[in-house]
Design a protein around this ligand. Sequence first.
Ligand SMILES: NC(=O)c1ccc[n+]([C@@H]2O[C@H](COP(=O)([O-])OP(=O)(O)OC[C@H]3O[C@@H](n4cnc5c(N)ncnc54)[C@H](OP(=O)(O)O)[C@@H]3O)[C@@H](O)[C@H]2O)c1
Length: 321
Amino acid sequence: MKAIVWTKYGSPDGLQLREVEKPTPQADEVLIRVHAATVTAGDCEIRGLKLPLGYALLLRLFMGIRHPRPTILGQELSGEVVDVGTEVSGFKVGDAVFGTTGLRFGAYAEYNALPATSVAHKPTNLTHEEAAGIPVGALEALHFLRSAQIQPGERVLINGAGGSIGTLGVQLARYYGGTVTAVDSGDKLPMLRSIGADQMLDYQREDFIRSGQQWDVIFDVTGKRPFGGCLQALKPGGRYLLSNAGLMANLRARWPKGNGKRVILGTSTQAIDDLLFIKGLVEAGKLKPVIDRHYPLEQLPEAHRYVETGRKQGNVVITVV
Ligand SMILES: NC(=O)c1ccc[n+]([C@@H]2O[C@H](COP(=O)([O-])OP(=O)(O)OC[C@H]3O[C@@H](n4cnc5c(N)ncnc54)[C@H](OP(=O)(O)O)[C@@H]3O)[C@@H](O)[C@H]2O)c1
């Protein structure tokens, strides 16, 4: 099968089109003919080792010290089941499915074998290319926004709202009844209004921390704003959600905050119940993916270069079939 193999840490030039062996599903797996995948900011950070020092060292230990073991990257996909393992129930050949690959990666290929417990039937109202843009961002946003227990009418600020996690986060925060302030660069603000943001701020012109306003929930998707400043911009009882926490933020999160303020860290467990919940919201019209550009599999290095410009709005999709 055709796949894009990750051969070196660093630039997208290390992503090379190769013929590799087609996987055979294990007893608990489904073999998926991949129709579409995505390039997330996380994919680029892993490929280029642009990670906080501790995480970069862990990745080298896991993937290879000097060079990554030849690996097919790509963390989310949508496609068609073409074979099922002997112990799989609930899926049959021909079913359309979507889901995440977790640390197995492998979405940048014609076929991927995944545990049947990590995929769900594709939302009926989305194409494969649209469905591929849902799982990683929605699962991550759900993990944080559900933990925040948003009450109807509460003010929720999402910093970095224009990307994969943020665009789904804006819609989820609205679903939970929040009034949403979306912060990102100016060219993304019209799109953010179109998906339901109530207030938009261009972070290159205005710093929400110094705006004099306060929020019940601040979700910093980027992890780029100062920890203390975000706490100050919270109302008493406010929740600070930090999806990209470095070592210091992890330590500070454990100190008492006062005024009933809480810090929520962590990451999505990618539980299948959560993916099924998201699928239900998509089919109910509460969540939709924002798709910026499409690239064919062969142009994956170009897609990685585009995502690294930071101009991406929502998702960049890789069309495999
Ligand atoms: N907790 C986890 O385990 C986990 C899981 C998934 C992802 N992540 C991480 O979370 C981060 C975001 O992921 P993503 O996929 O949503 O990324 P993304 O699609 O690149 O979106 C990030 C958005 O933030 C904006 N931005 C950049 N700097 C900003 C700033 N100072 N203030 C406000 N907005 C800013 C970017 O726009 P401009 O470039 O135009 O400024 C972009 O629209 C990534 O670093 C990713 O690795 C963490």
